[in-house]
Write a protein that binds this ligand. Sequence first.
Ligand code: HEM
Length: 501
Amino acid sequence: MQLLLNHTSRLLYWFWYIVLYLGLLYLFVRSLKMLRHNTTAKTPAKVPQGNRGLPFIGETIHFMAAINSNKGFYDFVKVRRLKYGNCFKTNIFGQTHVFISSTKAAKKILSNETENFTKRYIKSIAKLVGDQSLLCASHEQHKLIRSHLTTLFTTASLSSMVKQFDELTVNNLSTWHQRSNVTILHEVLKITLKAICKMLMNLEGEEELETLHKDVGLIYEAMLAFPSILPWTRFYKGLQARKRIMRLLDKIIEKRRKSKEKFDDFLAHLLSKDGEESEQENATQLTNQEIKDNILTMIIAGQDTTASAITWMIKYLDENPDALNQLRAEQQALQQKVSGKAHLTLEDLNCMPYASKVIKESLRMASIVPWFPRMALHDCEIEGFTIKKGWTINVDAKSIHFDSMIFHDPNKFIPSRFDDDSKPYSFLAFGMGGRTCLGLHLARAMMLVFVHRLTTSYRWMVIDSDESIEKWTLFSRLKSGCPIRVTCLEEERKFPNASTT
Ligand code: HEM
């Protein structure tokens, strides 16, 4: 018995000895692991802060309220950025949206699109511009359509566009001195629509242009509206307007196919492969629907953006007399050189260095397209923040444009800040990467022509300085449209003592 007891206590002794030994060994290995982890692993990625709002609807109501306010829909982003910082999360229309504002993040998202991100607009926009539109197309389809459209923006087409836009501008401006006041936005919307429609499909008929103008306006107003198909809603009216435009485009395309006449516009080039038999050609050819959706896309992407940009520029110049004087001096000197010519040329536009900076500065401050939405195709990490597959990540360009670490005194209009090249991914007025604005040279050319003709023909004074932003618009535009009163410079020359404004 004694022997059995001795044996058991020895076993227990060894048992506890091994348990203690293994316990110590475990603690030792664990602390070693923790030590290694602390020295090599980076801080784990954080989920962006933010309020996801109510179940299902998230912060959609707040977003809609911002769209419907005088501060404009960017205010929704501004308020949250101030609260949460450079990166925040929200939920709009049932989708998680992250907004991020740094040049590093912009580079990562916009330059790396094919691998990790794809463009994504809210569904209502896709319904209005069409799912074959460049704005909504899948990667492969986007590549094909963009390659077709890029070839249309040649130097030759840009040159002819400068001539047409110049003629239209001179015609429009020639009546201004007879009016008590002129609303810049309204006039420039007319000029840009005429110029773009002529360039795209040689459409010039006053009646057709007027109907198109109204219909494009209805689509534009519907883009941020709640996608309801009840007949009195904005969205429904936008869809009806789209149908009318599609019918007009069908008619134009049909007529073209039957006609023997030669045209030199975008539509003629897009249709030029018609009838080619090879299977390979057919595979890369655009379908009728692709042509129609993309003509509509270019009208929407080109008309309002350019007209809004010009309107903001006139307002900023009115508020900054030194910049305006310097600009006018440059343009009047150029006028002396071009006075014998019937119209401005592309080469003339290259002789406007100060005007080019005025345009850049106006675009920075106005930030017409304030953010660029992309969908994450995989889980990823940006600037230390976790981004989940399927979330929409928005590059907040406006915030970057107003970052005082990038642009000193960002709230001041200082065109000379563009004397030197800006930091990469800091000037995003036309986007960057594979989705950069297709019409950027055209937009810049239209703005230069307009500013030349205006500064060499008139002095102006803004008669309503209301800064409110128009409600329900996708691109930032002034509600007042910037009404001005003009004085003809010719009259000033004739009557040097006449009062100037
Ligand atoms: C001042 C005027 C303009 C501004 C500020 C502007 C701005 C922009 C921006 C920021 C983007 C990229 C959006 C993104 O990455 O999500 C874009 C894309 C685009 N723009 Fe412009 N734009 C202007 C004028 C024009 C004009 C005149 C046209 C053509 C007539 C045009 C056609 C397009 C097209 C087709 C795209 C889509 C490109 C793609 O997805 O591949 N834009 N624009």
